[in-house]
Write a protein that binds this ligand. Structure first.
Ligand SMILES: Cc1ncc(COP(=O)(O)O)c(C=O)c1O
Length: 410
């Protein structure tokens, strides 16, 4: 079968309603129609003989898919498990790690809301102290590393106080969408005796990953965002040296207490979920094959990155504003941030502004991109994908301009 070229025509490979212009792939992802029979096939197998499938046969398929993920990201499959989504992966690590009251966790204000809220939870429930590092994008990678180093030095120099034990680092942050120097940050925190929990929610199918090279202490990546598996499918990577301390948020019969973080004897068993439709996890293999049929990761991501850069410039031109970018041009990936020309004297509340954009983009203009405020300035995140082209960015840019002009009149 010949596939259409990347761009608008490629939308027929996906299940979108006609005329919908989807510029928000980064939030929930979606998967090609070609994967539907694979997903349904596994669901059928479960219904045909639930006991045989759930007790025995599903595990073989899951294991095979974990091996394939392991090959993709250069990780031992025994260090991987599937979880439904990135929020749950963060919860598994943060809520089971044996923090002591007063232990400190370093994080950034630009971390994903669910992850930062989980940190608030461990602060409230376990007495963990949070050390916040404020990032004001656009920043150069060196600046981010320097700010982090200063925060660590400042905290660790305090005599008679518990130290920072963990740092939560975004690989690609959400709003703003920024590629952080997570490889360098991981090395920096580890060199200071701090465990690195890397939020790679946006990474699979977006940037190259090598767990052996980066060597994070904990890492997770959604497959349902950029990798084209059905929702929810996320991988959690925990090297054996830390597996003793990670338990799922939903405890099952395999739970075992470990006094040593390196006791990995029950990790795999504990990660087996209770009754759940695991068929999205089983679609990794099909997603890999589909992506290979398109030319592979580089071909896909070269198209998306180029479109994000050009699309962002076009939308900035329409809005008369700018793209959030640094001198080294490391900010924009397949997602691009463009400033919104909202007048500074506007009286609407921030949540009213966000809701107005969302409602109008979705229900009046049949498109979607994520508006947000970063350090006092309004921006919108637009996501490139193989089913989009520059015309789509133009449509979104014009919609954003019309909504902004209307709001600025109020
Ligand atoms: C950086 C980041 N981390 C975590 C998440 C949470 O992902 P999920 O909704 O799959 O839990 C998101 C979602 O957009 C994200 O952008």
């Amino acid at each position: 079968m010949t596939l259409p070229k990347f761009g608008k025509a490629f939308r027929s490979e996906f299940s979108f309603q006609p005329n919908y212009v989807p510029l928000n792939h980064g939030s929930y992802g979606t998967y090609p129609k070609a994967l539907k029979p694979i997903l349904r096939g596994y669901q059928e197998a479960a219904e045909e003989h639930p006991d045989r499938w759930l007790r025995y046969e599903q595990h073989l398929v899951l294991e095979k898919n974990l091996q394939l993920v392991g090959q993709m990201i250069n990780a031992d499959p025994k260090d991987l498990s599937f979880v439904p989504n990135a929020s749950q992966a963060a919860n598994n690590v943060l809520r089971s790690f044996p923090f002591k009251a007063g232990d400190k966790v370093l994080y950034y204000q630009t971390g994903y809301i669910n992850v930062n809220k989980t940190l608030e939870f461990v602060q409230d429930h376990y007495g963990v102290e949070l050390v916040r590092v404020d990032l004001q994008f656009p920043m150069e990678d060196d600046e981010i590393v320097d700010l982090t180093r200063q925060a660590i030095q400042h905290e660790q120099a305090k005599a008679d106080e518990p130290k920072i034990v963990m740092a939560v680092i975004d690989a690609l942050s959400s709003l703003p969408a920024v590629r952080l120097p997570f490889e360098r940050l991981t090395k920096l925190v580890q060199a200071n005796g701090i465990l690195a929990l890397v939020d790679g929610a946006h990474t699979m199918g977006h940037i190259e990953l090598d767990m052996q090279a980066v060597d994070p202490d904990f890492f997770f990546a959604n497959c349902h965002k950029w990798f084209f598996t059905p929702r929810g499918c996320c991988i959690l990577y925990v090297p054996k040296r830390n597996q003793g301390y990670v338990h799922p948020t939903t405890i099952t019969e395999s739970y075992k207490y470990h006094t040593e973080c390196s006791d990995h004897s029950s990790f795999a068993l504990e990660q087996i979920p209770p009754t759940l439709d695991t068929s999205p996890y089983m679609c990794v293999e099909a997603a890999i094959k589909y992506r290979e049929s398109l030319g592979g990761e580089k071909v896909i991501n070269d198209y998306c990155h180029d479109l994000a850069v050009k699309g962002g410039a076009l939308v900035a031109d329409i809005l008369g504003t700018c793209v959030l970018e640094n001198a080294a041009k490391t900010v924009t990936t397949n997602m691009v941030n463009v400033q919104l020309p909202i007048r500074s004297t506007i009286t609407k509340s921030d949540s009213d502004i966000v809701n107005t954009y969302l409602q109008k983009l979705i229900y009046e203009y049949n498109t979607m991109a994520s508006p947000y405020k970063h350090n006092g300035t309004w921006w919108v995140r637009l996501c490139a994908q193989i089913y989009l082209d520059l015309d789509d960015f133009e449509i979104a840019g014009k919609a954003l301009l019309a909504i902004t002009n209307e709001m600025n009149k109020d």
